[in-house]
Design a binder for this molecule. Structure first.
Ligand code: SAM
Length: 253
């Protein structure tokens, strides 16, 4: 099945990287139907203006409701009879984007993204999208920092979602053993040569257990590495982790 994605932005070129690499291939293979729309096509005044000064005062500009309403109505009405996209609006005040949310979004047949700029989009657009267009609206944050616009967030969200779709990543198993899939970070990885001469006379060796051929020992070592790495870098993940020490899942490997 093809997943449909619509992105509305005042900088459609910002989404050009979605032509590259695995996402680009998924589009060419028909796994992803990704359409980028220019918000300015829905602004009808002479200057195609999409922003204006904020009511109540304050710095910056706010995106006007009319172009957004028209753009979202056009997107929402362009699918099969009765079909509606789920609307994802990137914003620093949204729910944190996580691997679990990526999985949730990957289960949707159709997603639309509204890329804000300036101080954001007039609040009435959210209401209009939900009430008049009947869309489920999700405000999603990439993290606790501020970007200039939603485009970079959409690149990240689309990449995280698309790689979960069947056929996008060649080896589906590589999706399972990954950071954030089970609450622990990934173990360190190594490739050939086993002994690497990083400078004359200096060699750096791969941990010997990985060369042992003992799959049980390798699995135990990797699990230990995951625990240590998570404790060192992301101790917050260990609280409530399914794979924390002492929980039933910790014996799985
Ligand atoms: N005034 C807004 C606020 O404080 O919440 C910030 C607006 S920001 C300068 C402009 C746009 O960038 C937002 O509308 C949103 O689309 C995007 N953006 C900024 N930070 C983001 C984040 N952490 N996650 C997702 N989108 C973000």
């Amino acid at each position: 099945p093809t997943m449909r994605l619509d992105v509305v932005s005042i900088f459609p070129d910002y989404l050009a990287p979605l032509d590259l690499s695995l996402i680009g291939k998924a589009r060419r293979d028909g796994l992803l139907d990704l359409r980028v729309h220019d918000l300015r096509d829905f602004a009808h005044d002479r200057h195609k203006s999409v922003d204006d000064t904020p009511y109540g005062g304050g710095a910056g500009m706010v995106m006007k409701p009319q172009p957004w309403a028209e753009a979202l109505a056009a997107v929402a009405g362009s699918g099969a009879e009765g079909a509606r996209p789920r609307l994802v609006v990137p914003g620093p005040g949204g729910a944190p984007f996580t691997q679990a949310m990526a999985r949730e979004l990957a289960a949707e047949p159709w997603l639309a993204f509204a890329c804000g700029r300036y101080e954001g989009i007039d609040e009435r657009v959210y209401e209009y999208a939900a009430q008049d267009l009947g869309l489920e609206v999700s405000v999603v944050s990439l993290g606790d920092y501020v970007l200039n616009g939603g485009e970079v967030a959409v690149l990240a969200i689309v990449e995280a979602v698309a790689r979960l779709l069947p056929g996008v990543i060649g080896n589906a198993e590589s999706l399972v053993e990954e950071s954030h899939e089970d609450g622990l970070l990934e173990y360190p990885v190594f490739t050939k040569p086993a002994s690497w001469e990083s400078a004359p006379g200096v060699t750096r060796d791969v941990p010997t257990v990985l060369l042992s051929g003992d799959h049980g020992a390798i699995a135990r070592w990797r699990h230990q590495q995951r625990l240590e790495r998570t404790a060192a870098r992301r101790p917050d993940l260990l609280h409530g982790s399914q794979a924390a020490p002492g929980s039933s899942a910790s014996g799985a490997l």
